[in-house]
Design a protein around this ligand. Structure first.
Ligand SMILES: [Zn+2]
Length: 629
């Protein structure tokens, strides 16, 4: 079962240090509700428990269908419907348990409820583990005949069944499948060994900053202090942090190599032509998408280099730009802008007006109800997410709104997920509503872009305009270029193993250095990359997630193209965009994009994003030259 807890991709919003307070004040509208109402799910913890017991017997009853799927199309329908009913309730139970647990992580009884539902999830997986092998044994001809025969099977389960049949060439005999299943735990070990070292046992160094502050440069401190204005301090932090990772280069290299070898092994056993092909198979994404992304990011490197030269000028660096110059904000501003929750609602509605009435109606409906847990509080889960898995209820959102522009942007982002789920759940049967990660971030990043454009248009001064443009620029560098650079590295290390070449910590750093130097224009004199920092690969936990990061970059490109076409293409383009959201998971995500007019394997979406980046830099430079206030 796919996890119903949908956090989506976490798109980092680059936060610079402060800017103007610019929010036009809100008209008199009622103060928004800041706490979600979970009674829409279950009236009380007790009624959750009652539903849980009932669901458990439903789940246990599913085993009765084993061995019957091939009997008739009516029997197939009965089986799939029973599983669907059980799963829908299971998701709802999950949502309640998860949200309740995140309200306050210190409340033991709420954490226990989450464990309780997780074990029921495992029980569901076990109770239905025979489903896919049995469908494959029934065979394509018969399953397709059943789909044609039963309108209800067609309407609700045709895509699921097609997805199952697609896996037939990559499914092995019972004995081999058993061996593979048993090897799963071993193959997952590199990731937990990595977590143990990187998050717990690595002895991070201490440094003394120029103002006398003593800092232990762990991962959180590194992220914070790499933004320091004092260049010497940044270098100090970089040198200390990366030299510690380098001490473990051999161990870290062996871990990542083992992880890659495991993926290459699993792909080969399942008769995929490559580890990339195997990873993309799950969502039926053509590997051409991945390769096009890498090609287009490389073609756009002159645009990234222009950005880096702008950074060098704005930071006042007179010798070579260095890798530790990437993070300090380029556009410092006097006062922090503040956006209350009410401001965020009003501005989000205004900024997203180009998406049209059906979209805005979803937002208004959500704002008027108690769907959000907005404000930070002690014990509450950090970060932000939208959970749309309670199909017949409504989406829920967890935010930690702190009135910064970053929280406004996150607000618009998460509501992008919210409206996506709202539209998909309204339009699709439960079995086709859940959408893939590949399309999940389109609406949310699109919202961030429309918000950014709106803030620039409505800024009250030149300085403030530049601030918002600068934020948008940073997010393209951090999401598109950085994540594609990671994606390129990930592909390269898998290909090394596939071609029989040995990997090691030293070799991984060499490969990483080559890519880093190319992206940051070492040969062109844009930035001098110190090889001491080429251990950075060891710091990226996503490399243990099997070709995942590229989706940050493709989502941003898809969002750029969609918002551009909505802004330029009028009502038909808007309808195509809304239809993409309404389609939920009714088709493969690459196909859904195509129906929306975007071929993610073509250069177009990537070029649309690069064009956006160029426009932003043109505008910044124009504003810098102008005497406008
Ligand atoms: Zn998201």
């Amino acid at each position: 079962m796919r996890s119903p807890q949908r956090n989506g991709l976490l798109i980092a919003v680059a936060l610079a240090a402060g800017c103007f307070s610019s929010a036009p004040r809100a008209a008199a509208i009622p103060a928004p509700a800041t706490m979600w109402d979970l009674s829409d799910l279950y009236a009380s913890p007790e009624s959750w428990q009652v539903a849980f017991e009932k669901n458990r017997s439903q789940v246990d009853g599913l085993a009765a269908f084993k061995g019957t799927l091939g009997q008739s199309s009516a029997q197939l329908l009965r089986s799939l419907e029973s599983m669907s009913t059980a799963r829908q309730e299971l998701y709802r139970l999950y949502v309640y348990a998860g949200l309740k647990a995140d309200e306050d992580r210190r409340v033991a009884v709420n954490q226990e409820r989450r464990q309780q539902i997780q074990s029921l999830g495992t029980r569901y997986d076990e109770a239905t583990s025979w489903l896919v092998p049995e469908l494959l044994a029934v065979g394509e001809t018969k399953v397709r005949a059943f789909i044609a025969e039963q309108p209800q099977v067609r309407a609700r389960f045709d895509h699921f069944l097609d997805d199952v049949l697609r896996a037939a060439p990559h499914t092995l005999g019972q004995e081999a499948e058993g061996v593979l299943a048993a090897s799963g735990t071993v193959l997952a070990q590199p990731s937990s060994i990595y977590g143990q070292l990187a998050d717990a046992e690595l002895p991070f160094p201490k440094v003394t900053l120029s103002d006398g502050t003593e800092v232990t440069v762990d991962q959180a401190a590194y992220t914070r202090y790499r933004e320091l204005a004092n260049r010497g301090d940044r270098k100090l932090v970089f040198d200390a942090f990366w030299s510690k990772w380098r001490e473990y280069q051999g161990t870290l290299g062996a871990m990542l190599t083992t992880k890659v070898q495991g993926q290459v092994f699993a792909a080969k056993v399942r008769k995929h032509d490559s580890a990339l092909g195997a990873a993309l198979f799950a969502d039926n994404i053509p590997p051409a998408v991945y390769r096009q992304l890498v090609t287009q990011a490389n073609a756009a490197l002159p645009v990234l280099h222009r950005y880096l030269r702008m950074r060098k000028r704005l930071l006042g660096v007179t010798d070579d730009l260095a890798y530790y110059d990437v993070y300090p904000p380029m556009f410092a501003i006097a006062d922090e802008p503040k956006f209350s929750v009410a401001d965020s609602q009003r501005i989000t509605l205004a900024a997203l007006a180009p998406l049209g009435e059906p979209y805005l109606a979803g937002l208004r409906r959500g704002f008027a109800a108690n769907w959000m847990n907005v404000l930070p509080s002690e014990g509450k889960a950090s970060g932000a997410y939208m959970n749309g898995s309670a199909y017949a209820v409504h989406p829920y959102l967890l935010l930690n709104h702190n009135n910064s522009f970053g929280s406004l942007s996150t607000f618009a982002h998460e509501w992008g997920h919210g409206v996506h789920s709202l539209l998909a759940n309204a339009e699709q049967p439960f079995d086709k509503a859940d959408y893939a990660t590949f399309t999940a971030e389109t609406a949310s990043i699109g919202n961030e872009m429309l918000l950014s454009d709106y803030m620039v248009r409505n800024a009250r001064s030149r300085e403030e305009k530049i601030y918002y443009l600068g934020e948008a620029l940073e997010s393209i560098r951090g999401t598109f270029f950085r994540q594609t650079q990671f994606a390129e590295f990930e592909l390269a290390i898998h290909e090394e193993v596939e071609q029989g070449r040995p990997l090691s910590g030293v070799r991984l750093s060499e490969l990483y250095c080559g890519i880093l130097k190319r992206y940051y224009g070492d040969a062109e004199g844009v930035m001098k990359i110190d090889p001491a920092y080429c251990i950075e690969w060891a710091f990226v936990p996503h490399f243990y997630r099997n070709f995942y990061v590229y989706q940050y970059a493709t989502s941003m490109a898809g969002a750029a193209m969609l918002t551009t076409s909505v802004l330029n293409g009028g009502a038909p383009a808007r309808e195509r965009f809304l239809n993409l959201l309404r389609a939920g998971g009714s088709d493969y995500p690459y196909e859904l994009y195509k129906k929306a007019g975007i071929d993610m394997a073509s250069p177009d979406p990537y070029r649309a994003l690069v064009a956006r980046m160029t426009r932003i830099m043109d505008e910044i430079e124009r504003l810098e030259r102008s005497s406008e206030k």
